[in-house]
Design a binder for this molecule. Structure first.
Ligand SMILES: NC(=O)c1ccc[n+]([C@@H]2O[C@H](COP(=O)([O-])OP(=O)(O)OC[C@H]3O[C@@H](n4cnc5c(N)ncnc54)[C@H](OP(=O)(O)O)[C@@H]3O)[C@@H](O)[C@H]2O)c1
Length: 313
């Protein structure tokens, strides 16, 4: 079982009972699992971040029930930050009850559904403005195109449309971080058929394209003067997605996101970067291509009915 750095932050099993009861209750999926502020672990333990003089941040992480999202959440919590976790369902939330107990809260919703994604944004906004949002959740090799409730390819919906919609709907934070992948370099540069309606299904190509689009979205968001926006390639790391044999380092795979989300170092307070293990890397040429950026954001607005940059017409 995971233990926060300060043992006093860990709630007792008795203290977890209300949380577990709310997870098991037949409440709708949009329920917010709010911890009782009077018993929150943060009150029991001095925050290492504040003790070091770093201000504590409030961070929302999508897909924090497993892999890199869960590792990032645990690191940020152990540093004393307020983390809002996210699970696709109450069952998945129950699997991380120990981490939830030390977090600010946990929101629930399936990112394959635009309606549930709207609910996730509403749940997050109920906590006030986040300092940072880490768009981490993702899926990899889907056996087929699938069909979301809105009729989209599932890989596109979870990996691109959901972070696009959350970017539009969550009150804009100071810092936005999007998980891309080195595979984005194999993403097609044409935006024809991004929803896989005409092409025969190719799971690896669909994933690569989705990671090109998300890196491009990160580059576009740098146009907001009040937000820092960056994309991260975590490397090929041993998670449920990466597989046990993945050669890269899980630690290095999540620490770039947590650093970009919270650090006061000048190097972390930049925008429009593409990062790998805390080093700036060149992204594929399309990511910085204004024509490609504009075409992509126009296509995503058509597919979702939501405009990200209203002021851009
Ligand atoms: N692992 C790698 O080698 C690697 C390499 C390059 C990029 N990345 C990127 O890094 C990010 C995290 O990957 P990971 O390796 O940590 O993956 P992971 O272990 O499979 O975890 C993915 C997370 O996203 C959640 N998620 C997936 N679909 C969802 C949905 N429809 N609604 C809500 N939540 C959903 C998962 O929830 P459940 O736990 O319920 O499934 C899980 O919490 C992804 O964006 C991925 O593309 C990973």
């Amino acid at each position: 079982m995971w233990e926060p750095a300060c043992k006093n932050r860990t709630r007792t099993l008795a203290g977890l009972a209300p949380l577990l009861a709310s997870i098991q209750s037949p409440s709708p999926p949009s329920v917010v699992l709010r911890l009782d502020p009077s018993t929150r672990t943060q009150a029991l333990c001095p925050h290492p971040a504040t003790a070091r003089g770093n201000p504590m941040s409030r961070i929302f992480i999508t897909g924090s029930t497993d892999g890199l999202g869960l590792a990032a959440a645990r690191t940020l919590i152990s540093q004393g930050h307020d983390v809002v976790l996210h699970a696709r369902s109450r069952q998945r939330a129950a699997a991380i009850a120990d981490t939830s107990a030390a977090a600010l809260s946990l929101v629930i919703g399936d990112l394959a559904s635009a309606a549930e994604t709207r609910s996730i944004a509403d749940q997050v906004n109920a906590f006030g403005r986040m300092d940072a949002v880490i768009h981490n959740a993702g899926i990899y090799l889907e056996r087929s195109r699938g069909e979301t409730p809105e009729g989209h390819a599932k890989t596109l919906a979870v990996n691109v449309l959901a972070p696009y919609l959350l970017t539009a709907w969550i009150t804009r934070p100071d810092r936005l971080i999007y998980l891309s992948s080195g595979m984005h370099r194999s993403g097609a540069s044409t935006l024809d058929d991004i929803d896989w309606k005409r092409r025969p299904w190719n799971a690896s190509q669909a994933y690569s394209e989705s990671k090109l689009y998300i890196a491009t979205l990160a580059a576009l968001a740098r146009h907001w003067p009040d937000a820092l926006s960056n994309a991260v390639d975590p490397g090929w790391v041993p998670t449920k997605m990466g597989g046990a044999g993945a050669p890269d380092d899980l630690e290095m795979g999540h620490l770039t996101q947590t650093w970009l989300a919270t650090s006061d170092e000048g190097a972390a307070k930049v925008s429009g970067g593409y990062w790998y293990h805390r080093q700036r890397r060149e992204a594929a040429a399309e990511v910085g291509d204004v024509g490609f950026q504009e075409a992509l954001v126009g296509r995503l607005a058509e597919l979702t009915g939501v405009r990200l940059f209203a002021e851009r017409g």
